[in-house]
Structures are given as C-alpha cells and as structure tokens.
Ligand binder design. Structure first.
Ligand code: VGL
Ligand code: ZN
Length: 201
C-alpha cells in the first residue's frame, strides 16, 4: 500500500475516449482492468472527467473546421477535436467497467466554453486553476501516479503541470494509451522525462 501522501490520478477513462467513442483512443479500454486493480494499492484515488458544454471552442464543428486541424486561440495553438465528452451525455460518462466507487474526488475540466483544459490542474491558458492543486496540498498529498487517457494529451499536460508545481510524478505507460497524432506521443514522453516525470511501464 502506498502512503497517504501518494495519490492515484486516473485521467479521463470515459466512453468517448474508448473504442466506439467520438474521440476513441486505440485500445483505450484495455487499461481499465489494470487501473481497477491498482486502485487497491492507493489510499487515495482521484478521477478526472473531460466535461465540455455543447459548442465548446475546442470542437472543430464550432468553427466549421476539419477535426484534428489546428487553430490559433488567444492562449496559443489548439487542436480542434470532434465533438466529445459533452456534459451529461453517454460519451462523457466513465467507461462502465471503471471502478469509480474508490474515488475520493472527481474533478471535471473543460467546462469553460472559451478555453480547453487538457490538464487536471490548469486550463490551456496555463493560468486558470481547476482547484486540484489546493485539494492535494490541503490533504498533504505530495506524490502522484498518473494513468489513463490520453498519454500524449491529458495525461501529459497533467503530469507536466504536477511536476512544475513540485509534486513527485510517475506516469505508468502500460496503464495509459495515446492518440499519437503527428508524433505527439514521442514528443510528450520526451517532454515529461525532461520535466523530471518518472516514466514507468
Ligand atoms: C483529451 C483531447 C481533447 C484527453 C481531452 O483526455 O487526452 N484529448 N480532450
Ligand atoms: Zn476534451
């Protein structure tokens, strides 16, 4: 059992990121059994849930653009995704096989219509906090193990922010899966290593 200061952060294991979903990550559902088992080793489990209003600014359809094209937002470049994880829909729900009972906290992100939020800590403007940092600090949590979807987007951004905030961060790649868009997985793994994130199998 990990100490009380070490939490498991499970990123976006939702229907839309699993096979058959609107933004399916290849083999996204293959990690769920392993994540459920790993929960038993952690005194604290936190889940994140991508949670967009309809017409979100990260949706290609909102801009009459092609999905997976890149646009310039006030906060920088933004990939335009297919509509996904719309609040209250089946696609936004956790995958039915994910054991959600153990979650102490479910943190939702991406609800701001104007700003995407890959990270569990900050929206994509890198300034607007979700509140997760304060939650972890007030509970005395200093170490985080991250798993989930997608390795190269929400896991990556969450791990990078956590490391920057001073948490000791490990990403388990065997219990994460990537979109791998335009070489994004290799870039993400390099960035995380450079930031001091421990990458384990
Ligand atoms: C994600 C793209 C858009 C993710 C969320 O969970 O990695 N990727 N929204
Ligand atoms: Zn999203």
């Amino acid at each position: 059992m990990f100490p009380a200061s070490h939490a498991l952060l499970v990123i976006d294991v939702q229907n839309d990121f699993c096979p058959g979903g609107a933004l399916a990550v290849p083999d996204g559902d293959q990690i769920i059994g392993g994540i459920n088992a790993l929960m038993d080793e952690f005194p604290s489990v936190i889940l994140t849930q991508d949670w967009h209003p309809a017409g979100h600014s990260s949706f290609a359809s909102t801009h009459d653009a092609t999905p997976m094209s890149v646009t310039e937002m006030p906060y920088g470049p933004q990939v335009l995704w297919p509509d996904h994880c719309i609040q209250g829909t089946h696609g936004a729900a956790f995958h039915p096989d994910l054991k959600t009972d153990r979650a102490d906290l479910i943190i939702r992100k991406g609800y701001n219509p104007q700003i995407d939020s890959y990270s569990a800590f900050f929206e994509n403007d890198k300034a607007t906090p979700t509140g997760l940092e304060g939650y972890l600090r007030t509970r005395g949590i200093t170490d985080l193990t991250l798993v989930g979807l997608a390795t190269d987007f929400c896991v990556n951004y969450s791990a990078m922010d956590a490391a920057r905030l001073g948490f000791a961060v490990t990403v388990l790649t065997d219990l994460s899966r990537a979109i791998d868009f335009d070489g994004s997985l290799a870039v993400a793994l390099g960035d995380m290593k450079n930031a001091g994130v421990q990458i384990d199998g």
